[in-house]
Write a new protein. Structure first.
Length: 345
């Protein structure tokens, strides 16, 4: 599943790389009765008692654009998965999203009801289908203020909230800033504080659990990969990646020292390149795709793979499928849980 990435001078190939190989086997939502503007299938929303602001909105988005609304947005269209998850975590259900089926496969942190209109792909949304849902706000993920999708949407006179997908200088803070922007635009800031507090407590509890476990090896490398023409490509999540930063917040040390891109903290290597990580434990994106070769199985055919200490000693662990490694606070909690399970099993 392609993760839209900016073009990079050194790691340009990452723009076409996979966020995860294959397809996770995850059941789609069967909730067809959700109210489009008031509820979502988010965990905790059934008991949510936070209020929604009714005040006019004026905010500055991630690119310095001023977004003004007479009242908080209720009918929201969303064109990227992290932001879909965020809207659901705020106890709202979007009226339209890009690539609904892909979201349901790759991001299981929040359930997207079947009733939500799917309006094309994230790379090429169907604007006619989007506008037919009559949104009062469209949330996009962009790389520059001049991103074509912003201009196309602005021509139709519908307010656009532009967000940034990642920032390797502080990926957790960037993830939460995006969440806050969406909360402000929808009047759901009280709910946002609940979700953020739950994430912070979840992280603190997990850090204590990892410390109590006293793992013999605290160095790690998280990676995903793919097979192309029999060649195995691996993508380590290095310094500045959301997954890597969460691991370090838990008291671990990200051992990948290779070059990474400045937005997502992602590197690129082959099997031989992974032999440089020393004794670090290996964690990777767990997926199931009957139509695609497993990159881990393919790697095992290379003798160099068996020489890596983590492989030789059985410290190679797949995270559960359906964790979106570029997601919001709820995906981040799933990442935390996956680390703890791998370390304490």
């Amino acid at each position: 599943m392609t993760k839209r990435l900016p073009a990079l001078a050194v790691l340009g190939a990452l723009a076409l790389a996979l966020a995860g190989c294959g397809t996770t086997q995850v059941a789609a939502s069967t909730d067809t009765d959700a109210e489009a503007t008031t509820t979502s299938a988010s965990a905790g929303c059934a008991d949510d008692s936070t209020t929604t602001s009714t005040d006019a909105v004026e905010l500055t988005d991630a690119f310095g654009r001023t977004v003004t609304l007479d009242e908080p947005a209720q009918k929201v269209a969303v064109l990227e998965w992290q932001q879909i998850e965020d809207v659901l975590s705020l106890c709202l259900t979007p009226v339209a999203v890009a690539d609904a089926d892909g979201y349901r496969t790759w991001d299981t942190a929040e359930v997207l009801p079947d009733s939500v209109e799917s309006v094309g792909t994230r790379q090429e949304p169907n604007l006619d289908a989007l506008f037919a849902t009559e949104p009062d706000l469209v949330i996009v993920e962009a790389y520059t203020r001049d991103d074509a999708i912003i201009g196309q949407l602005e021509e139709y006179g519908i307010p656009v909230l532009a967000t940034i997908g990642a920032n390797a200088e502080d990926p957790i803070a960037q993830m939460l800033e995006t969440f806050d922007l969406i909360a402000e635009a929808t009047g759901r800031t009280e709910r946002a504080e609940v979700v953020k507090d739950e994430f912070a407590q979840h992280l603190a509890d997990a850090k204590a659990e990892v410390a109590d476990a006293q793992p013999e090896v605290t160095d790690f490398v998280y990676f995903d990969g793919w097979v192309d023409g029999g060649n195995v490509s691996l993508r380590p999540f290095g310094q500045g990646s959301l997954v890597g930063e969460i691991g370090e917040e838990l008291g671990l040390t990200n051992a990948w020292s290779g070059e990474v891109d400045p937005a997502y903290g992602l590197g690129q290597t082959d099997i031989e390149g992974m032999t440089t990580i020393g004794d670090a434990s290996l964690f990777y994106t767990g997926t199931v795709d009957p139509d695609s070769e497993s990159f881990v199985d393919a790697a095992a055919e290379n003798p160099a793979w068996a020489s890596i200490p983590a492989v030789e000693e059985g410290r190679l662990t797949a995270f559960p499928g359906g964790i979106w490694t570029f997601g919001g606070p709820r995906s981040a909690q799933q990442i935390v849980d996956a680390y703890v399970a791998a370390i304490t099993q």
